[in-house]
Ligand binder design. Structure first.
Ligand code: 5RP
Length: 218
């Protein structure tokens, strides 16, 4: 099976966690696109979704799903999203698609985070995938200097987030203690969000492998 087939497999598998009649949190990325496709085909009755990006919002609306602003919603039962890397404690690097800030906000108000990923995303130590950090535009150089002091190599992505900010992709870190790194990097003035999801990691991992979908629970 190629990577796209594995993404479809886990997108389909995530339907098991969706509860009809409940507001659903929907993440961003090509794996989530497969999930949204599967959701549409399933015909499940979802009163509304809360989305983590304009991209997912447009896709959901095009399929006839209602999308609510998070300010209209108090709690979300289940949030389905992908990851760029995930370790054995279910800490993740996210933000490859640039939606990390909204993803972290939706994850915060969700009772259950279901991570869907193909097998290539499972790692022992986070950091091979460059860590995305969303930054206020005027702070790009200042934050870059702080990151360099910590041994990271920041690369400015040619991209503007849904929130009007920039993203630095940081190479060269091996992240053994993701909770501490998340806390530390979030303290740098000018950083909006670091793409480490360790303090609030995933609760369930659906991993697409050659032998089918493997389920891991926190
Ligand atoms: C977007 C994300 C995505 O979940 C992550 O980049 C994985 O994407 P894909 O499913 O396309 O591999 O964090 O900001």
């Amino acid at each position: 099976m190629n990577q796209q087939e594995l993404k479809k497999l886990v997108g389909q598998a995530a339907l098991k966690y969706v509860k009809e009649g409940e507001i659903l949190g929907v993440g961003t990325g090509s794996t989530v696109d497969c999930f949204i496709d599967a959701l549409k085909v399933s015909g499940m009755k979802i009163p509304a979704c809360v989305s983590s990006s304009e991209r997912s919002t447009q896709k959901l609306l095009s399929y006839g799903f209602k999308v609510l602003d998070l300010n209209e919603v108090e709690r979300i039962g289940v949030y389905v999203d992908g990851a760029d890397e995930i370790d054995s404690n279910f800490a993740m690097i996210k933000g490859g698609g640039g939606a990390l800030t909204r993803e972290k906000i939706v994850a915060m108000v969700s009772d259950r985070f279901v991570c869907i990923a193909d097998a290539s995303k499972k790692v022992d130590v986070l950091g091979k995938f460059p860590l995305p950090i969303e930054v206020i535009p005027m702070a790009v150089r200042a934050v870059s200097r702080e990151i360099e002091k910590l041994g990271g190599k920041p690369v400015l992505r040619d991209f503007t987030t849904d929130n009007g900010n920039k993203i630095l992709d940081v190479h060269g870190w091996s992240i053994e203690n993701p909770i501490q790194w998340e806390e530390h990097l979030n303290q740098i003035v000018g950083v909006v969000t670091v793409g480490l999801f360790a303090k609030r990691g995933a609760d369930v991992l659906l991993l697409g492998t050659e032998n089918g979908v493997k389920t891991f629970s926190a």
